[in-house]
Ligand binder design. Structure first.
Ligand code: NOJ
Length: 871
């Protein structure tokens, strides 16, 4: 077992680099190569937290505590104690006098990363494919219980950024699909589930982290050149209607923390971007929790504090393990010398403590009982220090409970049937079956044989990187199939056996996959994003299918994939009768057998479009690869990503967004539209802000950050203390950013509560549709509601936008269910960039609400101000 289970981030250089970044208040460099027209405006000061009624009690408790804290205690909560300086992937300092422990932050979005006896749930993309809100919530609850059981205070998920703009993007699979409403609903349900257990959820990464390559400061060796993160240049309307949309849902769901992205947004680094944090997140969306950096994304001390950042993770600056930080003692110094306003440090600490109270972590919350860094029972308490006390670091607490029930339900209900000619599926378990492909079997080198799933061997259960988790066990497709059809012949290899006999009644089942992940690991030449694999199946998967299709007259293809793959080489081959996408199923990959043999009808739907060719996408969503200059990634396609683009350009996809067949058929009838809340052009005026708690603004005594007597210092551990703090003089030469001000801005009219003006969530209409199982077997249907705004009144708007969905229970043949979907004011609005508010044109009149089984399979429609009927 290696000493470190995994080593995140450009480890190659980070340990041996010849440069060191200045860990000081100065920005690394001020904005470089700003693209004209794409500059992020200034927005200061940071709005204080604690002005919505839902958080009043938590803020009152936090105020009582923070009022009595020393500066050192406050700073301690804001800064991680350093990389590998505790059991978790990140941890804050503590405020022991008030019972606040070091808070443990741990990945990731599909389960507790890098530990034992924890469930490896299906990935976000799989959850999205279920289109099942209840399962989204149930997985959140189950994950919350597991994080809590391991003693994790802050869960680093869900992920909704990337949104999936770039089909090759490495981490799209951590989120729920390439659509803002699907992401928003998935995220909100997950957050509510996780936080119902008292664990703080973290929605990430705000915003525009749409590709992995060059996402962060990266040393190019051996030239010693420092590449800067790319800038995602996003216009105001696209920001609101696409990329910020799921974050708004997350804030409305009460999320406790937000992680910023690595990349710049409009040429300002996300973690010190005052427009993003102070304006959009804290003022407009009314976020009351705390904002953290992504790991090593912290680039400026004072600048990030002023821009609204509340927590630096893991505490180190851009280079780990130097024992230096932009914050820790340097934040203490900046408060003492008057550069960072006292009000700001109080707000940072209050936001963190209020969130801790809000989630009830002051009562019986367990301490971490695992180590993210080693499997051994005993080990270094502070592995990053090397010289460290030794103690018990792993207690191997089993937190799985019966969570495999929800994991199995998701793995099964996500499976998406793309094609089923001659009703080849479901299979008879007595049929003559031959299974091909390594993707049906286990990792030949053993379960969890590569750190953070940084390899593609055996069945693909998840992508790689911080969004992965160890498999506590794995039910492979091979095992699942064997249990139901013991006579099946298995060829767990990606090389098609040339000498195989094929009888006419034989059915070949071919398993293929496509992987991607996070940039700190390169797998088979792919540095996170799918660079060398293109959008094709890995390991010559297309050849395997073709070879099988040449030999067998009936072929079923099963695909485990992180996102869209191009199937053109074989999809129209006459032998390829059926195709199932099983997404990323986690530990329960064997559930494919339930679908293959018809125990359940498939009910998953594509959370993205499958194109015929990569050139079907807009050029602007290609990966950008240029290490030698600052990359400007301008989102020129605006709102037109995925199906929105295909519809605009009249491009026929291979399979449209939302597509998914069943073994039965469904009718959608009797659409009914009920007006609920009358609309106005703009929402009614926002509620006034409540009064946040305040504190005296006197600079604390320097002695509050003196080294405590008798403290045994740990080498490289990050402390809030300073040598000789009484010698600190007022720092009156700090170059405050242009536009810096300490006078609060008038509250934005689009704000007013968590998520924005609460009237945005007024239900404007409900749509009811009767779904009837018209086939011969039982199954579940998904009703997807797409809004079409009248094109003449809303230019540059995608023709159709998914805004709601509902999944039925299991319907028996002949059985019906009426599904009801609420359409809110926001769902019918566009962002008015002039007025800076959400506008409903002509009070929604003429807008059409389509309901169907995919974006291309619309069955019924209701027109606002008109009739409902068949599409
Ligand atoms: C970097 C990743 O981008 C983020 O998602 C993760 O939570 C942190 N590392 C911590 O591992």
């Amino acid at each position: 077992m290696p000493f470190f289970k995994s080593f995140p981030f450009g480890a190659l250089c980070l340990l041996g680099c010849s440069f060191a970044l200045a860990e000081s208040d100065a920005n690394l460099e001020s904005r470089q190569n700003v693209l004209e027209g794409w500059e992020s405006p200034s927005y200061y000061p940071t709005p204080l937290g604690g002005w919505v009624p839902e958080w009043e009690e938590a803020y009152a408790k936090a105020h009582a505590v923070v009022s009595n804290m020393t500066l050192a205690e406050k700073v301690n909560l804001t800064t991680g104690t350093g990389f590998f300086m505790g059991p978790c992937v990140g941890q804050t300092g503590s405020a022991e006098r008030f019972g606040i422990p070091r808070l443990c932050l741990q990945d990731g979005p599909l389960g507790v990363r890098n530990t034992d006896h924890a469930t490896a749930f299906p990935a976000g993309i799989t959850v999205g494919a279920t289109f099942d809100k209840q399962l989204m919530y149930d997985r959140g609850v189950a994950m919350g219980e597991e994080f809590r059981g391991k003693g994790v205070n802050i869960h680093l998920g869900p992920s909704v950024g990337p949104l999936g703009r770039k089909p090759r993007g490495g981490r799209n699979w951590e989120g729920f699909g390439m659509d803002p409403s699907l992401q928003g609903i998935g995220s909100a349900q997950t957050i509510k589930g996780v936080q119902s257990t008292g664990v703080i959820a973290t929605v990430k990464h705000l915003v525009g982290n749409e590709q992995e390559l060059f996402r962060m400061i990266f040393p190019i060796q051996p030239v010693g050149f420092l590449s800067k993160p790319y800038s995602s240049n996003i216009d105001d309307r696209t920001m609101h209607e696409l990329y910020l949309w799921p974050f708004a849902d997350s804030v409305r769901a009460g999320v406790g923390s937000v992680m910023m992205a690595y990349n710049d947004v409009n040429s300002s680094s996300s973690s010190q971007n005052s427009e993003l944090i102070n304006h959009l997140l804290k003022d407009e969306l009314g976020f009351q929790g705390f904002v953290m950096t992504d790991w090593f994304a912290h680039q400026g001390g004072v600048s990030s504090a002023l821009a609204g950042l509340d927590m630096a993770m893991p505490g180190d600056g851009a280079v780990p393990l130097l024992g230096t930080s932009h914050w820790a003692g340097e934040l203490s110094r900046s408060v003492l010398n008057g550069t960072v306003p006292v009000e700001r440090i109080n707000d940072m600490a209050t936001r963190i403590v209020a969130t801790w109270f809000k989630l009830g972590q002051d009562k019986d919350f367990p301490a971490p009982n695992f180590s993210s860094h080693t499997d051994a029972e005993t080990g270094l308490i502070y592995p990053g220090a090397v010289v460290s006390p030794i103690g018990v670091v792993n207690q191997y607490v089993d937190v799985q409970d019966d969570h495999n029930t929800v994991a199995r339900a998701i793995a099964r209900d996500a499976i998406t049937l793309l094609k089923n000619e001659d009703n080849v599926l479901p299979l008879d378990s007595n049929a003559s079956l031959k299974v091909f492909g390594e993707d049906a079997g286990p990792d030949p080198q053993g379960l969890n044989s590569c750190a953070d799933k940084g390899c593609n061997r055996g069945v693909l259960t998840m992508g790689w990187g911080s969004g992965s988790a160890k498999l506590p066990y794995l039910i492979t497709p091979e095992e699942g199939i064997k249990a139901k059809a013991p006579k099946t012949e298995f060829h767990i290899t990606d090389k098609f056996p040339r000498d195989i006999e094929a009888d006419p009644e034989d059915i070949a089942i071919v398993f293929i996959n496509a992987d991607s992940g996070e940039n700190f690991i390169t797998v088979e030449g792919n540095p996170g994003d799918r660079t060398v694999s293109d959008l094709y199946a890995w390991h010559h998967g297309d050849e395997l299918v073709m070879d099988a299709a040449e030999k067998f007259s009936t072929v079923v293809v099963v695909v485990h994939t992180v996102g869209p793959i191009i199937m053109e080489k074989w999809i129209d081959h006459p032998s390829v009768k059926s195709v199932l996408v099983a997404h990323l199923p986690g530990q329960e990959a064997g559930m494919i057998a339930d679908i293959l043999f018809g125990e359940h009808s498939p009910s998953g739907h594509l959370p993205y479009t499958i194109p015929r060719s990569e050139s079907d996408y807009p050029e602007s969503v290609s990966l950008i690869n240029d290490p030698f200059k600052k990359i400007q990634d301008t989102f020129t396609e605006g709102l037109f990503i995925d199906y929105r683009h295909f519809q605009r350009t009249n491009t026929t996809p291979r399979y449209p967004f939302g597509h998914g067949l069943s073994y039965t058929t469904f009718s959608l009838t009797s659409p009914r539209l009920t007006p609920v809340t009358p609309l106005t052009e703009y929402p009614p005026p926002r509620p006034a802000k409540g009064t946040p708690p305040t504190y005296p603004d006197t600079i604390p005594s320097a002695s509050e950050v003196s080294w405590p007597e008798g403290l045994t210092r740990i080498w490289r551990y990050l402390y809030p203390y300073l040598d000789n703090p009484t010698s600190i003089k007022p720092g009156d030469d700090y170059p405050y950013p242009e536009g810096y001000s300490t006078t609060p801005k008038p509250p934005p009219r689009a704000g007013g509560a968590e998520g924005g003006n609460p009237a945005l969530w007024d239900v404007a209409f409900t749509v009811e549709v009767t779904v009837t199982n018209t086939g011969a077997v039982s199954g579940r249907a998904v009703a997807q509601l797409y809004v079409e705004l009248p094109p003449q009144v809303v230019p540059d708007t995608p023709k159709l936008q998914l805004r709601q969905f509902e999944k039925t229970k299991v319907l028996q043949p002949g059985e019906s269910e009426v599904v009801r979907m609420d359409i809110t004011r926001r769902d019918l609005s566009v962002w008015d960039v002039e007025v800076q508010d959400w506008k409903v044109r002509e009070v929604g009149k003429g807008a059409k609400l389509w309901v169907g089984g995919s974006v291309e399979d619309l069955r019924v429609v209701c027109e606002i101000g008109g009739e409902c009927g068949d599409a």
